[in-house]
Design a protein. Structure first.
Length: 510
């Protein structure tokens, strides 16, 4: 029985405050009396839905942890509007798939050494139950970043390791390199998140016994190993003597090992694919390694431009669930929308929101394929960014456009700032789009964005502080949960608490 069947109410009724459907919204605009009644009725429906919720205190057979990299509350709100507007709606009354989950909380994201965190430390907290330093993977804070010997003595068990030891199937899905910070924390222990291939490591670290992250994925020693790994990052798995099948460029490894070949040599079921054709052909009974780009996968808004073609996040999530579901004991799966973060770093809100929209669709796909009676799904983020709403745009105004509201004649018009120039609704506190950067187009002060400018896919929102790459934010991030033990997700908690909820749900013993 799916969540939608358990609570057969509209998205509006399932939200905490209630909202109107698109049709009801139009009716409200036409009739103030209907407006008041409709909003009131939606509120009552939301209350009834909340009061009818029953906590599922049973243990989970399966757990899926979704991590939207950099998906803070502002990104969620903007993505919600973007998603609705992509279907011709106003957008504000829309809800993303996971916003209909019955349990919502906030997690505190700081690392033990940084107020504003990085993805390695935050992912490690969720996957090991222990907060740690910035830049390290699944080791305790006892080990300084870059100290191989200390890292070897400070490894902390991950959810994937514990799940494999208990006989569960395990998987990793990411639109980033599968050796990047968040996916890497699932299966690797490293003194430095940058040690993705052997050529990225200091000779002293290799001599001391530390292994690169890609090698740790292939040599994962727990249970019968990972069942499915899907994402980007081919280059760190292949040697310099092997050219990439898509780009023709050499691999990154200096040790001569082709880890994709080593994966296929594990058993007849182990398959390696690198494009959509191979992905679609791989049977659900395979043990699948899919690496669809030399580096990170394409942004969702550019994915169809990829000449070799690559699957969407929702497609990879579906494939992973099908493969993992063959294990009767259950499974643990981590799914990351890694490129929300990367688009934010580039000051490109459109890219971030398109990837967040696809992330919501991946969650919806998982919901449709699983049973909320035995599968716990947690949707969260690792950290935030500096994205902000500004001005007083009219309801339904293009979330990626200029900030506009209604003039006396009823037309939508852009409102100028105090410098006499228009501005967008979404901006960043810092980043490459800074209006204070010393550039030729800034000779006359802040550039005046036009409708044509902001409609471009790669448009960079204006920002304040000049930075080559927009930075993370230190705000709390939302956590949404559905299924067994989901009631334990409530209030405000430390990020490492998520591990403990999952471990309890799966009855994992260290």
């Amino acid at each position: 029985m799916k969540l939608a069947l358990v609570l057969p109410l509209s998205a509006c009724a399932l939200s905490a405050l209630g909202c109107a459907s698109a049709g009801a919204a139009d009716e409200k605009k036409a009739d103030p009396a209907v407006s008041a009644n409709s909003w009131y009725e939606d509120g009552q429906a939301a209350l009834t839905a909340r009061k009818s919720q029953k906590n599922n205190k049973k243990h989970a057979k399966n757990v899926i942890l979704f991590i939207g990299d950099g998906m803070d509350p502002t990104t969620v709100a903007a993505a919600r509007i973007f998603d609705g507007q992509s279907r011709g709606e106003d957008g504000e009354e829309n809800l993303l798939s996971f916003e209909m989950f019955p349990n919502v909380a906030y997690s505190k994201t700081y690392n033990t050494d940084f107020q504003v965190p990085d993805s390695a430390g935050t992912a490690s907290a969720m996957l090991t139950g222990v907060k740690t330093r910035s830049g390290v993977l699944s080791i305790s804070e006892d080990a300084p970043r870059g100290d191989c010997a200390a890292a070897l003595a400070s490894a902390v068990p991950t959810l994937a390791e514990l799940a494999e030891k208990r006989g569960l199937a395990t998987g990793v899905v990411s639109t980033a390199r599968v050796t990047h910070a968040t996916p890497g924390a699932v299966y690797a222990h490293s003194a430095d998140r940058g040690w993705e291939a052997d050529n990225h490591m200091p000779d002293a670290a290799k001599a001391a016994g530390c292994k690169d992250i890609a090698r740790q994925l292939i040599e994962f020693p727990y249970g019968d190993g990972l069942e499915v790994v899907l994402g980007g990052g081919r280059r760190v798995f292949t040697p310099s003597a092997v050219n990439d099948p898509e780009t023709g460029k050499a691999g990154a490894r200096k040790d001569g090992r082709d880890l994709t070949v080593e994966w296929t040599q594990k058993s007849p079921q182990h398959q390696y694919v690198w494009n959509t054709e191979g992905f679609n052909a791989a049977p659900d009974t395979s043990r699948l390694l899919g690496l669809f780009e030399p580096g990170h996968m394409k942004y969702e808004m550019l994915r169809k431009d990829d000449k070799a073609e690559e699957p969407s996040l929702a497609d990879m999530t579906e494939k992973a669930i099908k493969i993992l579901s063959h294990n009767d004991e259950g499974y643990f799966l981590m799914v990351e929308a890694g490129r929300i973060d990367h688009a934010h770093h580039g000051g490109n809100a459109r890219g971030a929101l398109a990837d967040a929209q696809e992330y919501s669709q991946a969650v919806a796909r998982a919901l449709a394929m699983t049973n909320d009676k035995d599968t716990l799904i947690i949707v969260t983020a690792d950290h935030g960014h500096t994205l902000a709403f500004q001005g007083y745009p009219a309801k339904g105004n293009d979330i990626l456009g200029l900030s506009k509201n209604v003039d006396d004649g009823g037309a939508l018009v852009a409102r100028d700032a105090a410098d006499g120039k228009p501005y967008t609704t979404l901006v960043y506190a810092n980043g490459p789009g800074s209006v204070l950067a010393k550039r030729k187009d800034h000779a006359n002060g802040r550039p005046a964005p036009s409708d044509d400018d902001v409609a471009q896919k790669k448009y960079r929102q204006q920002a304040l502080i000049p930075m080559g790459s927009e930075t993370h934010g230190g705000q709390d991030v939302p956590v949404y949960a559905s299924g067994p033990k989901a009631y334990l997700i409530s209030g405000v908690f430390e990020q490492n608490y998520i591990f403990h909820v999952i471990a309890d749900a799966l009855e994992l013993d260290e």
